[in-house]
Design a protein around this ligand. Sequence first.
Ligand SMILES: NC(=O)c1ccc[n+]([C@@H]2O[C@H](COP(=O)([O-])OP(=O)(O)OC[C@H]3O[C@@H](n4cnc5c(N)ncnc54)[C@H](O)[C@@H]3O)[C@@H](O)[C@H]2O)c1
Length: 353
Amino acid sequence: MPQKLRIGMIGCGEIAVQTAKGIAAATSAEHVMVMDVSEPVAADLGRTYGVPHTTSVEELLANPAVDAVYIAVPHHLHAPLTLQALAAGKPVLVEKPIATTLADADAMIAAARAAGVALAVAYQAQVDPTAQRLRALIAAGAIGKVIGTRIVYRGDKPETYWSGGYSGRIRTDWRTSRAQAGGGVLIMNTVHDLNTLRFITGLEATRVYAESDTFTTPVEVEDYVAVTYRYDNGAIGTLEAGSAIRGKDPRGAVNRIYGQDGQILFSNPPQIYATAEVAGLRAGAWQEVPAAPRDREGGRAAIADGFARAVLAGEPPPVRGEDGRAALEIVVAAYRSGREHRAITLPLEEGVG
Ligand SMILES: NC(=O)c1ccc[n+]([C@@H]2O[C@H](COP(=O)([O-])OP(=O)(O)OC[C@H]3O[C@@H](n4cnc5c(N)ncnc54)[C@H](O)[C@@H]3O)[C@@H](O)[C@H]2O)c1
């Protein structure tokens, strides 16, 4: 393998533009080829980074200069394109959520194992220095035993979002479709927070109860959802998310982790309160935890670098397929709970959902 991992991009839509900047800024990764079924956006990214473009995934995967691929396509296509890339022996960095069903996630994880190549998911927390610091503080006992977590997401997505995302780069309605997106604000947005809290606390969900509905937006997927879950240490998690919360209002819409001896507030920068002097913290005072740069490109470079360094070193990536599956499992259980009006116990059987 060369010193830099040569990445082929599959999907050149809205987020791919940001990731492409991240790959260009990364120290361990570089562009080699881009692909999209839409020729204009593939040509655009190819031109921007001086690499060939194609509308054929087979052509990209057959290119020996492509060491690994990054996949950023509608959710229901994550699994088939990942499986195709793994079958060609290419390590894969796939966008979140890993897939729309656990059966797909399981097939992807199994295929990566069989091929002996990496499967990674493009979540941020595991490569974010602030999240790593918070994880270390919790492991050091800074807030004591975790007793609760809270996720709040208040979005007010414009009508145009549903036909072209925030940028309108691609005209498409996949985000409105349950079959293609897998769901709404829960699987699209707060799945990030589920991954982040799982990484920082080290806790796994064991039971999930949810209510969700589509109140305001003319789409199939939910625009408001409330989830309650129990963690394996007994702690209780709550999640409240809406994509049509008029006026948004950031006041109070901040995630938190509650411990028996302290609390973490995910403001910018995050703040921590600890009752005792632990890990260099002052007792009985709110204090800032230094925050990593928040800009998307910086974050995207860290994702590309984390993946590339792991592949080049033959080590597991920072966010493994199994991590992607764990966040998805809570989402799948929540949707099932909403449909069946009952609490769902985890782990769900393999291949279900
Ligand atoms: N990590 C993040 O913060 C973040 C942010 C936004 C989106 N995303 C994820 O990125 C993915 C893409 O989202 P987006 O907003 O860029 O969507 P988008 O619709 O803007 O782009 C998707 C692209 O995939 C292309 N495509 C469709 N079918 C294809 C195929 N068979 N082969 C190749 N290309 C194909 C489309 O032409 C389009 O250009 C989703 O999984 C989304 O959840 C992640």
